[in-house]
Ligand binder design. Structure first.
Ligand code: ADP
Ligand code: MG
Length: 350
């Protein structure tokens, strides 16, 4: 099989959740409209009702009626398929706190139709493995969190330990000593997710932190080994696809939440990773920048390959529909709109 060297744009999809119970009770207005067929989003400025609605177009849009299954099929599945084939893939959710990032990435365990992209990917990977012949697979999982520019290994025995980033010309940027589990079934990888989520919650409580202020990355590595007919075991063809499933911290500015002291310091650091992400995107798409500031944050160093590199990337931008979130929703739409112009050069890792 030939490796593809074509460049392709980051896929950007937008998902808008329904109005909440509280928002409905307060009589909030929905200011977002979506046309699922054409991928268009329009938004009304509640402070200027006569102003024309702002329009944006994306690769796909998912409105408040869309199911978890539809979001997985449209935004997750193509990347998971690619990772099984040996490409690197990244799915990341961006947006204000409370807009459905974790709902989209994780969802709920039960009923099964409430499962998000991560557990759906687990089923998909093992279904693909069970259905294939003549190939051997090795699946590994790791799970980390970036909080206040510290990397925490969510699967480590010692949860007080912080991890360092390393870089080699061969492997690129990686987390030193990150715990990685070999997993042989959906049940085993689900267990890895649950252990990590529990450590995340316990850690957040100990640090008196809010998990919406940290970034998490669940990584699945799929290694495939195939011995072609007439060839010997030593000539096995090995491919490695790495799939990053990223739930970003909330993109709201601290001004609105009135953060001070430690909270403000923390918000600034979170914004360091998120604003670095914004700066990387700007530098990649303005066509003039010689220098892409990947090194400005842990998040952008870890996602370097996903933004302008050897990875197939999907960004899911999550929106709230209510009038009082107009500024944040506009900011998310503008952010997502810029990301459409990022070009990657994915190839199969052999
Ligand atoms: P975030 O991770 O962006 O802070 P959450 O995923 O925690 O947001 O979502 C906030 C709340 O809204 C949760 O109670 C979640 O179940 C609910 N929610 C989010 N998106 C949807 C959706 N598309 N449909 C129904 N409920 C949703
Ligand atoms: Mg969340």
């Amino acid at each position: 099989t030939m490796s593809s060297k074509r460049s392709e744009a980051v896929q950007v999809v937008v998902r808008c959740r329904p109005l909440f119970g509280k928002e409905l009770a307060e009589g909030r207005q929905r200011i977002v409209d979506m046309d699922v067929k054409s991928g268009q989003v329009t938004i009304k400025n509640p402070k200027a009702p006569d102003e024309e609605r702002k329009k944006f177009t994306f690769d796909k849009v998912f409105d408040w009626n869309c199911t978890q299954r539809e979001v997985y099929e449209g935004a997750g599945k193509p990347i998971v398929d690619a990772a099984i084939e040996g490409y690197n893939g990244t799915v990341f959710c961006y947006g204000q706190t409370g807009t459905g990032k974790t709902h989209s990435m994780e969802g709920k365990d039960e009923p099964p139709e409430m499962r998000g992209i991560i557990p759906s990917a687990f089923n998909h990977v093992f279904d693909a493995i069970d259905g294939s012949e003549g190939k051997d697979y090795l699946v590994r999982a790791s799970f980390l969190e970036i909080y206040n520019e510290d990397i925490r290994d969510l699967l480590a025995k010692d949860q007080s330990k912080k991890c360092d980033l390393k870089e080699t010309p061969d492997t690129g940027v990686y987390v030193k000593d990150l715990t990685t589990f070999v997993v042989k079934s959906v049940a085993e990888i689900n267990n890895v997710l649950h252990v990590g989520k529990k450590n995340r919650t316990v850690g957040a409580t100990l640090m008196n932190a809010d998990s919406s202020r940290s970034h998490s990355i669940f990584t699945i590595t799929v290694e495939t080994s195939e011995v072609l007919e007439g060839e010997s075991e030593e000539d096995a063809h090995i491919r490695v696809g790495k799939l990053n499933l990223v739930d970003l911290a909330g993109s709201e500015r601290q001004g609105k939440t009135g953060a001070t002291g430690d909270r403000l310091k923390e918000a600034t650091k979170i914004n360091m990773s998120l604003s670095a992400l914004g700066n990387v995107i700007s530098a990649l798409v303005d066509g003039k920048s010689q220098h892409i500031p990947y090194r400005d944050s842990k998040l952008t160093r870890l996602l370097q390959d996903s933004l302008g590199g050897n990875t197939k990337t999907v960004m899911v931008a999550n929106l709230g529909p209510a009038d009082y979130n107009f500024d944040e929703t506009m900011s998310t739409l503008r952010y997502a709109n810029r990301a459409k112009n990022i070009k990657n050069k994915p190839k199969i890792n052999e």
